[in-house]
Structure formats: C-alpha cells, structure tokens
Design a protein around this ligand. Structure first.
Ligand code: DGY
Length: 319
C-alpha cells in the first residue's frame, strides 16, 4: 500500500516538511498563499489528512462540503477558532491542535509587547531612526514601569501560566481570571478573581491569554476598558476577536489606556489601519509562536497527532 496523502496547507519548517515527506505522500503549498473555501474543498478529495494553520477556515460550510476521504485535520496551531468543531465532528472528522509547545514563545512576545507599549518603543524607534532625535531631558519619553505593577491575566491556561512566571521575573504582582481557579501549586502566589470585572479593577497591565469562542468574542468592550485603572496598558497575543477594536481605540484616544501591545487583530492579515497613526500602539503581525524552535515543535506535534491517528490510536491532542 502506498503512503497516505497529506495536504500541508502552508510552508512549515524544514524539519517538519522533511519528516512529513518521509512518512506521507505530501502535497505542500510551496507558494504559501491563503486558500479560499472552494480551494480547500477541492483539495479534500485528493487527500487523507490535512495539516492546516489558523489561516485556513473550516467553518460549517466548508465542513459540510469536505470530501469523505479526509479523516483528520491536524492543526499547526493551539487556537482552533478557525474550525467549527461541532460541524467537523458531525462529519466524523477528527481535529487536533498543538498545545504546550508554543507557550514559551507566545509569553515572550507578550512580554515584548508589554515592554514595547509601556516604554514607548514605537515613538522612540521612530525618533532615532528618522534623525529627529534632538533633545534629551529627565522628562523625555517617560513611560510606565512593569516592576511593582499589577498584571491581570485573563485565561490562566498554559500560556497564561508561563506569562505569570515571566511577570514574576519582573517583580509584578500577578492577578488572574480563569473559568476555574488553579490549584495553589500552579497559582504560585497569583491572586484569583472570580469575575473579569474584579480582575480589570486591579490590572495596571492586562494581558489576554484565552481562546476566541462565542462566549469570549468581543469581551474587551467599552464597558470593560472603562473598568481598568487609568493609564493601564493592554496586551493581546491571543486573538483579535476578543477585542472590540473601536472601543480599544477610544480608550487609547481618551487616555484611559496609556498604551497597547497587539500581536492579534480582528482582520488578519492586514491589521487595523486606524491603529497605524497611534504611536502608543506597539504592533506585531501575529508572530507569537514564530521561532525556529517553536515552529519545529508545532510541526512535530501535529505530525505526532497524525501518526497516532493513522496507527489507530486516539491522538494526544484530539479535541
Ligand atoms: C496558534 O497556535 O493559535 C497561534 O496563534 C499561531 O497559529
């Protein structure tokens, strides 16, 4: 029997592609472009499995039209908001993700965003780079200090816990909201809040680490931004869908928020053009997990899930 056919929808790391080609008959998207729903559906009749990223949308419409040949969607992402899990389950298609392996890299980027936003990196970089830096004073480019400040974390899963660990290294006072309180050993001294509202009231810095679901979509709205302490710094490395971007902009323009650090946007790729003129928004193009080490680990985790499935086992990360 020939190898099973695997469609890899984007250009994954060399190590991942090498291993995939060893074990599967691989179709790789060398051009690395995005796929329309129709393209995904058309490809599905030619393959036994799909290894997509969060950039490929498997909504109810696509799920209904996928060819029955496809048995598993082994995502190269921890987030699965691009997949309609119920619709895919109804088609008998197994879906997996890649938790754990990107927690360190994503928390690192959240720290970068917190520092970049609170210490005015966009403005400072622009001044030096443009040659417009002609002044210095103790009152020049004064920012907000992380040490001693309270960090609110929404979503104390794997990434949230690493974020809390990083924040302790900055001597921050960690608070969190999670659907369930963590055992004391995992809390590591962090203060639990049983509502988002209670957490917001003490969050000098706020970092989102929860998935985008129907319940969390738009959760950071005008009412909730208003609950933050004046001059708070807002960071999002989770999903753009969690944020009402007009409300975020209004909170920044009014001075309610000192700054924001964003790696995720409602519209991706592209971001929000209205943010571009605001130097107190430090932005990155959804690269939280973009390190060689993490990309290899994500690819290998997705392949581990595929291998387990085709060996007749339940994949470790079956959802
Ligand atoms: C994830 O894994 O969900 C990251 O956002 C990258 O896709």
């Amino acid at each position: 029997m020939g190898k099973l056919v695997l469609w890899i929808t984007r250009k994954l790391s060399d190590a991942t592609l090498e291993r995939a080609a060893r074990d599967y008959d691989v179709i790789v998207n060398e051009a690395d472009g995005l796929h329309t729903a129709d393209e995904i559906v058309a490809m599905s009749s030619k393959v036994d499995a799909i290894l997509p990223c969060h950039s490929e949308i498997f909504d109810a419409d696509v799920a209904a039209r996928l060819d029955p040949r496809v048995k598993i969607i082994a995502n190269h992402s921890v987030g699965v908001d691009h997949c309609d899990l119920a619709a895919l389950a109804a088609r008998g298609i197994v879906v997996t993700n890649t938790p754990d392996v990107l927690s360190d890299a994503t928390a690192d980027i959240a720290v970068l965003l917190m520092l970049g936003a609170s210490r005015r990196a966009v403005e400072g970089d622009r001044l030096v780079r443009s040659g417009e830096w002609d002044f210095w004073s103790p009152s020049f480019m004064v920012g907000k200090q992380m040490s001693g400040a309270r960090l609110g974390i929404i979503g104390m899963g794997r990434v949230g816990q690493v974020m809390a660990h990083r924040a302790r290294g900055f001597d921050m006072d960690v608070h969190y909201y999670n659907r369930r309180r963590l055992p004391e050993a995992l809390e590591q001294g962090a203060t639990y809040h049983d509502s988002v509202e209670s957490l917001l009231a003490v969050s000098d810095f706020l970092s989102l680490h929860c998935p985008a679901t129907p319940e969390t979509t738009g959760m950071m709205n005008a009412e909730r931004f208003a609950l933050l302490p004046d001059g708070a710094v807002f960071v999002n490395t989770a999903r753009g869908a969690l944020v009402d971007e007009d409300a975020l902009l209004a909170a920044l323009e009014s001075g309610k928020l000192m700054a924001a650090g964003l790696d995720c946007f409602v519209t991706e790729p592209g971001g929000n053009p209205a943010f571009a003129t605001h130097e107190n928004i430090f932005m990155l193009p959804h690269i939280g997990s973009a390190t060689v080490k993490t990309r290899d680990a994500m690819g290998f985790r997705a392949l581990d899930n595929l291998d387990a499935f085709f060996a007749g086992e339940t994949p470790k990360d079956a959802l």
